[in-house]
Design a protein around this ligand. Structure first.
Ligand code: GDP
Ligand code: ZN
Length: 467
């Protein structure tokens, strides 16, 4: 069982120095602790300025304290927020003071003030909010996605999901499935009349309508997952074809919030840029060539791994050197290597650079661009978005995860099976009912109506501590 009733405490603000830092507690009954630390009772949901008291009555810091008595709080339990100065030492002192004050016996009762107060696990505040029905699972995930958002579009779509835009669509779909299930299960009880009954109720049409609605939600969830996870692009090509120049040109065109891709090494240059708000994780392979130098070979091996994982490979050529024999041999070697791996032709985009200095190639061979002048870059961006499956930014995109897309796909598969049973000559009603039940379950995984504890563990472990 993931959930326990222990009160929890954590520093809720980011590590490092800041104007304000927050220590947050959540638990059943916080009054004795509030009394010990703030030296008074707090009016609910009202910021009160005052000292945070150490055991000897001296002030650790001065700041604002806010008490949110249950159930009107983020977690649904009572929550105390101590807003102190945002230094790592003062916040650690305050955290330690909370733990000590909780373990201390209260003079009046002779018992510890808040037995079992402990440091929160990552995401545990949000997990409690979910378990106490303050948020559903898709909304709780949106909290993490908002914090981790790498582009403005991703942040705005996470806010939409947090407000319930995605959950509302899933719940509307669920309501349709519940109606259908009730209809089919009621029919099961009257076997003689079942055909008539289902026909009169328009069960098939209702099933088709639910399937259509699901397809629309799935399409939007795919867009949302793309906004969250982005697209992986590898820039391949010989030295001096203009890979670094292209990366800079793409990054500079739209004001990108450039972040490092975790886990990348110095030997491959990786950057996240954005195109229409879609994060594009680009790895510059810095010359995929044969080498006898060990260190260089390790770097090149890593670059090839990136090629295997990429959603698209931009194979960059140099228009000014196309005719040269050495150059052609170098390109042929890269092409052969790309053909060996998972780099099927469909993922490779041939792009010819330096169109400002040499004639372009026929469009059938690939895209001619100039990293220097910017010519052709708009077309390249569109080609990449197309490959990613991005449809011109619909305003209301909500953020979603691969997990949600998979659950919707399974729901769709069960609805398709249900439709087959419903239209089968023998009207396999039990099977129809069973497929509808499975569709309902798969859909419920998105909002957490049906979720295993281990799934919850994985989801909340991805959060930061204090959230
Ligand atoms: P990389 O080794 O593939 O990363 O290539 P670089 O980006 O370092 O570029 C190699 C050389 O080509 C540099 O001198 C660039 O200024 C030049 N270059 C890059 N893009 C263009 C372009 O579009 N037109 C022209 N004329 N030169 C370019
Ligand atoms: Zn380079």
């Amino acid at each position: 069982m993931l959930h326990d009733e222990d009160p929890i405490v954590a520093i809720a603000t980011a590590n490092g120095r800041g104007a304000i830092g927050i220590v947050r507690l959540s638990g059943d009954r916080l009054e004795p602790l509030i009394q010990a630390i703030c030296g008074r009772t707090l009016e609910p949901r009202r910021a009160t300025h005052g000292p945070f008291l150490d055991a000897d009555g001296s002030a650790i810091d001065q700041g604002l304290a806010i008490h949110f008595p249950a159930p009107h709080s983020y977690t649904g339990e009572s929550v105390l927020e101590l807003q102190a100065h945002g230094g790592p030492v003062v916040l650690q002192l305050l955290l330690a003071r909370c733990l000590a004050a909780a373990a201390d016996v209260e003079p009046t009762t002779g018992k510890p003030r808040l037995p079992r107060l402990r440091i929160a696990r990552p995401g545990e505040f949000t997990e409690r909010a979910f378990l106490n029905d303050k948020l559903d699972l898709a909304q709780a995930e949106a909290v993490g996605d908002l914090i981790d958002a790498s582009t403005e579009a991703a942040a705005r779509s996470a806010t939409r999901a947090l407000a319930g835009a995605f959950s509302d669509e899933v719940n509307a779909l669920r309501d349709r499935l519940v109606d259908l299930r009730m209809l089919v299960e009621a029919t099961l009880d009257f076997p003689d009349e079942e055909i008539d009954f289902l026909e009169r109720a328009g069960a098939l049409q209702r099933l088709a309508a639910a399937r259509g609605q699901l397809a629309r939600v799935l399409a939007r969830a795919r867009q949302g997952a793309l906004l969250r996870d982005g697209m992986r692009v590898v820039l391949a090509g010989q030295p001096n074809v203009g890979k670094s120049s292209l990366l800079n040109a793409l990054a500079g065109a739209e004001l990108a919030i450039v972040t490092d891709v975790p886990g990348t090494t110095r030997d491959k240059v990786a950057e996240t840029i954005q195109i229409e708000g879609v994060p594009i994780h680009v790895v510059d392979t810095a010359g995929l060539r044969e080498s006898s130098d060990t260190v260089e070979r390790i770097g090149i091996a890593r670059s090839w791994e990136a090629v295997e994982d990429a959603d698209a490979i931009v194979f960059l050529h140099d228009l000014t050197r196309l005719g040269h024999a050495d150059y052609a041999a170098g390109d042929a070697a890269i092409a052969a290597r790309l053909a060996e791996g998972r780099a099927d032709a469909a993922r490779v985009l041939h792009v010819f650079n330096k169109a400002d200095a040499a004639p372009a190639v026929e469009t059938a061979r690939g895209l001619s661009i100039s990293a220097a002048s910017g010519e052709g870059l708009a077309e390249l961006r569109q080609a990449l978005l197309e490959r990613a499956g991005w449809q011109a930014a619909p305003e209301g995109v909500f953020i979603a995860r691969a997990r949600h897309v998979h659950a919707l796909q399974r729901t769709a598969a069960h609805l398709d099976a249900a439709a087959q049973h419903a239209s089968a000559g023998d009207r396999a009603l039990e099977l129809l009912a069973e497929e509808l039940r499975l569709a309902h379950d798969a859909l419920g995984e998105i909002t957490g109506a049906f979720s295993a504890d281990d799934l919850l563990g994985v989801i909340f472990a991805g959060f930061c501590i204090g959230k």
